[in-house]
Design a protein around this ligand. Sequence first.
Ligand code: BGC
Length: 355
Amino acid sequence: MKNETLKILKLIFMVMILLGALSGCKIKDPDVKIIGISAPSNDIQRWAVETIQMKNRLEEKGYEVIIQYASSDVSMQISQIENLIGKDADVLIVIPVEAASLGEAMDMAIEHKIPIISYDMLITNTDAVSYYTTFDNYKVGTIQGQYVRDKLDLDHADRTYNIEFTAGDPGDNNAGFFYKGAVDVLKPYLDSGVLKIISGQDSFGKCATPSWNTEKAQQRAENILASYYNNQDVDIWLASNDTTALGVSSALATSYKGNYPIITGQDCTLINVRNILNGKQAMSVFKDPAMLIDATVNMIDEIILNKPVSVNDTSTYFNGIKTVPSYLCEPTYVDKDNCFEVLTSSGFYTPEQLK
Ligand code: BGC
C-alpha cells in the first residue's frame, strides 16, 4: 500500500513537470532572482541597445533576465507585464509605451508586491511605481536653450533671430520638462524681442509631437515653413529630441531655401550624429546609457538585498498619485566639435560607425 502511494505520488510529480515543460513554465529556483524588463519596442535605437546592455549587466551579476518588447502597443505591454508577474519576476523595469495607461498591470504588480522601477519615462497615475531612474529632464532642455544662447551670443545680439519649437509627446511626462527647461533659458530673449516665434506657436500644446513621431514633426515643420518662411529665415529650430529634429531637417530639405538654422536634438541617435557631422543638425544632448544602466542595476541590487535604495531626488517627479523617489543622471551635449571624441571615448559608438 505504502509503495503504491509512493508510486502514484511520483507519477503525479512527473506529470506536473511534463505539463510545466510543455506549457513553458519552469519551477523557480529560489536562489536565482528574476528581473523582468518591459520596453515599448526594439525599433527605437535607445530601447533596443539599452535593454540588451542592461540584460548583460544583470546576467553577469547572476540574475535571470526576461525582456519583452511591446511593438509600441499599450495592450500588448499590459499583457506582457502580467506575463512577467506570472513568471514570478522579483523586480520589474518598465519603460511605458504610454505613461498613464498601464493601470491593470500596475494593480497586479501591487497585488503581488513586485517593486517596479520606471526607466527613463515615468509611469503615471498609479502608486505601483517604487522608483524612477532617468536623466535630469529639465536640464536636458536647459542644455539645449543654453547651446542656442551661447552659439548666437544672445546677450550681445545686434539683430533679432527667428525661432520655432518642436516639442515631444504630450503623453510622455518628460516632454514637458524638456520644453520648459529650454523655454526658461530663452525666455528673457523672447521677452526682450531678440528672439521671435514668427508662427506664434508658443506653448507646449501647440508645439507637441504625438508619439515623438518623425513624420508628424516633419508635417508640422513643413506647414510652418510654407506659411511663414517663404521670404525670411528661420534661425533656430529648438527640437526636443532627435526623432523630431530629423522631421525638422527633412522638412527643411524639401521646402526651405533660406539660411540653415541651428537645430537641437537629444539622444545622439546615429542618423542624427551623422547629420551633426555633415551640418544638418547643430547639437544633440548626450544621455550616456552606461550611467542610467549603472543607476538602475545598483537600485536592483539594493532592492534585492533589502538595503536603502540610492536616490538623489525626492521632490520633482509627481506622477499624479505619488512623488516617486528618483535617481537623476547628468546629461551633456555634443556638437560637431566634440561628438567624435565624446561618443567614441564613452564607447557609445565605435569610430567606424561615425565615419
Ligand atoms: C526620452 C528621450 C526620447 C523620447 C522619445 C523620452 O522620454 O527621455 O530620450 O528621445 O522619449 O523616445
